[in-house]
Design a protein around this ligand. Structure first.
Ligand SMILES: *[C@@H]1O[C@H](CO)[C@@H](O)[C@H](O)[C@H]1NC(C)=O
Ligand SMILES: *[C@@H]1O[C@H](CO)[C@@H](O)[C@H](O)[C@H]1NC(C)=O
Ligand SMILES: *[C@@H]1O[C@H](CO)[C@@H](O)[C@H](O)[C@H]1NC(C)=O
Ligand SMILES: *[C@@H]1O[C@H](CO)[C@@H](O)[C@H](O)[C@H]1NC(C)=O
Ligand SMILES: *[C@@H]1O[C@H](CO)[C@@H](O)[C@H](O)[C@H]1NC(C)=O
Ligand SMILES: *[C@@H]1O[C@H](CO)[C@@H](O)[C@H](O)[C@H]1NC(C)=O
Ligand SMILES: *[C@@H]1O[C@H](CO)[C@@H](O)[C@H](O)[C@H]1NC(C)=O
Ligand SMILES: *[C@@H]1O[C@H](CO)[C@@H](O)[C@H](O)[C@H]1NC(C)=O
Ligand SMILES: *[C@@H]1O[C@H](CO)[C@@H](O)[C@H](O)[C@H]1NC(C)=O
Length: 393
């Protein structure tokens, strides 16, 4: 009896040593009978990403389950599971419930966070993919179509290659980024970066409900407001826009490169030719919020025309209309016939240009770029048409 008890405990010891050994030999997957406790981790097959428990710099009291670049450090967490509900000690455990749902449990076995998927698998596994995507899938199914859950569907503040920013029109599912509250608190902060589906879609950064940046529309090559986004040897970027999907994404060409964001923003404000500052006094003290107005008011009845401006970021497309098959001439005619149409431009500037984009409201957020700006035709009183139309700052 005693011997067999001893035998059992030696067997148990061996099993736990074995599982420690397995975990320390960098695994990327756990199954329904395995778990990850604080101090253990998963490492993606190529060694790029690590998943485990961490404390943000300057906040060692709180523990979060996150994913970070293994080569950099935990302070570069790219994804956090329990962003709003930290552990106050190191008792956290990641494991499957009997129902096949992946959960984070605290000391009292209370569920702190879960993967909340509508389907469950008979033999579920959680795997940290080399892309940085944590997926829950059936043990024998690696087809992404059949993933039960994936962290790429719940972005935090980092847009990793392969992640979408946008929405699925049919299911209403949205993918967007939200900032951390502060460098030591990954809870949702005030800043969001999402695809605004009104009019022709564009990416918008908001601070609370205030819009602080718009990408301008996708012009077939890039977002109009990202002149520095151009084909390069590091990543390819693309915009999908059809009846079911609208999203922006990018893929790394060379997987050994870690990207960082770079928005080329120019804070200098000015009015285009033919426009003057609405309240010059504000402008003199650098308050550009009230914008520019036309020097000569429009007069639709006696005939307006269009002035072409080159090298600009296209304005806010929230109140816009588009047609993918119209030519620029048809676009001009449609805009001219409708007195509320304020401007038009080619929708897709690749391969010589195609399609039509019309604006029906104030032209907000036009910027002049030295490189990679594009052309817009702005409605002007006939007396202004024909004057020098190169943009000025
Ligand atoms: C999980 O994996 C371990 C180690 O490979 C194995 O011993 C165990 O039977 C597996 N459990 C399930 C439920 O598949
Ligand atoms: C665990 O339960 C005990 C008793 O109900 C409670 O005092 C304690 O705060 C709980 N701890 C956590 C981390 O929820
Ligand atoms: C997941 O959670 C969200 C918010 O808590 C809820 O609205 C949604 O119905 C849940 N989805 C599933 C499949 O349980
Ligand atoms: C977020 O916005 C709220 C309300 O405007 C404000 O009180 C708070 O200070 C802001 N937080 C940060 C971190 O800026
Ligand atoms: C833009 O035009 C090019 C060339 O005609 C075409 O290949 C591409 O699919 C178009 N892009 C979009 C977003 O419509
Ligand atoms: C829209 O594009 C996505 C991505 O290419 C594709 O999976 C989907 O089937 C497309 N939908 C339609 C209706 O073409
Ligand atoms: C990928 O990038 C690494 C590091 O910059 C470089 O050493 C390697 O040659 C690159 N590979 C390719 C195929 O460009
Ligand atoms: C788009 O323009 C084409 C060509 O002018 C026209 O045949 C089509 O009806 C237009 N589509 C819409 C939705 O207005
Ligand atoms: C002008 O276009 C707007 C927006 O599409 C539309 O609501 C309005 O009816 C049009 N007006 C005329 C005269 O066609």
């Amino acid at each position: 009896m005693k011997t067999s008890m001893e035998g059992n405990s030696i067997l148990l010891l061996c099993t736990s040593l074995l599982s420690i050994f397995i975990l320390s030999a960098a695994i990327d997957t756990i199954n329904a009978s395995q778990s990850i406790s604080d101090g253990q981790s998963l490492v993606s097959a190529g060694g790029t990403y690590e998943l485990g428990f961490f404390s943000p710099a300057g906040n060692s009291a709180r523990r979060y389950l996150g994913i970070w670049y293994k080569e950099v450090s935990t302070t570069t967490a790219v994804w956090v599971a329990n962003r709003e509900t930290p552990f106050l000690d190191s008792s956290g455990v990641l494991k499957f419930t009997n129902g096949g749902i992946l959960v984070l449990l605290n000391r009292n076995e209370t569920i702190i966070w879960s993967t909340n998927s509508s389907r469950s698998a008979v033999n579920p596994v959680a795997q940290l993919l080399e892309s940085g995507n944590l997926v829950v899938r059936d043990g024998n199914g690696e087809n992404p179509e059949n993933f039960l859950w994936q962290s790429f569907d719940y972005p935090c503040d980092t847009h990793l290659p392969g992640m979408k920013l946008g929405r699925h029109t049919i299911t209403g599912k949205e993918w967007y980024l939200s900032s951390w509250k502060s460098p030591d608190d990954p809870a949702r902060g005030n800043f969001t970066y999402r695809l605004d589906p009104q009019g022709f879609p564009q990416l918008v950064i908001r601070d609370g409900s205030n819009e602080i940046f718009r990408s301008g529309p996708w012009n077939g090559l890039r977002f109009s407001g990202f002149p520095s986004l151009r084909p390069n040897s590091i990543y390819t970027f693309y915009f999908v826009f059809n009846q079911t999907d609208m999203y922006y994404s990018y893929d790394l060409i060379n997987n050994s490169v870690i990207t960082s964001c770079n928005i080329d923003n120019s804070p200098i404000c000015g009015c285009l030719n033919g426009f003057v500052a609405k309240f010059q006094k504000d402008w003199d003290i650098s308050d550009w919020s009230n914008g520019c107005v036309r020097r000569t008011a429009l007069d639709c009845q006696s005939g307006d025309g269009f002035v072409k401006y080159s090298g600009v970021k296209l304005p806010d497309t929230r109140y816009s209309w588009f047609n993918e098959s119209m030519s620029l001439e048809e676009c001009n005619m449609v805009c001219l016939r409708n007195c509320s149409c304020m401007a038009y431009a080619s929708l897709n500037i690749s391969a010589g240009g195609s399609g039509c984009l019309l604006w029906f409201a104030d032209l907000i957020d036009i910027k002049v770029f030295i490189q990679n700006g594009q052309e817009i035709y702005i409605r002007m009183a006939s007396s202004e048409v024909g004057m020098n139309s190169s943009p000025k700052l």
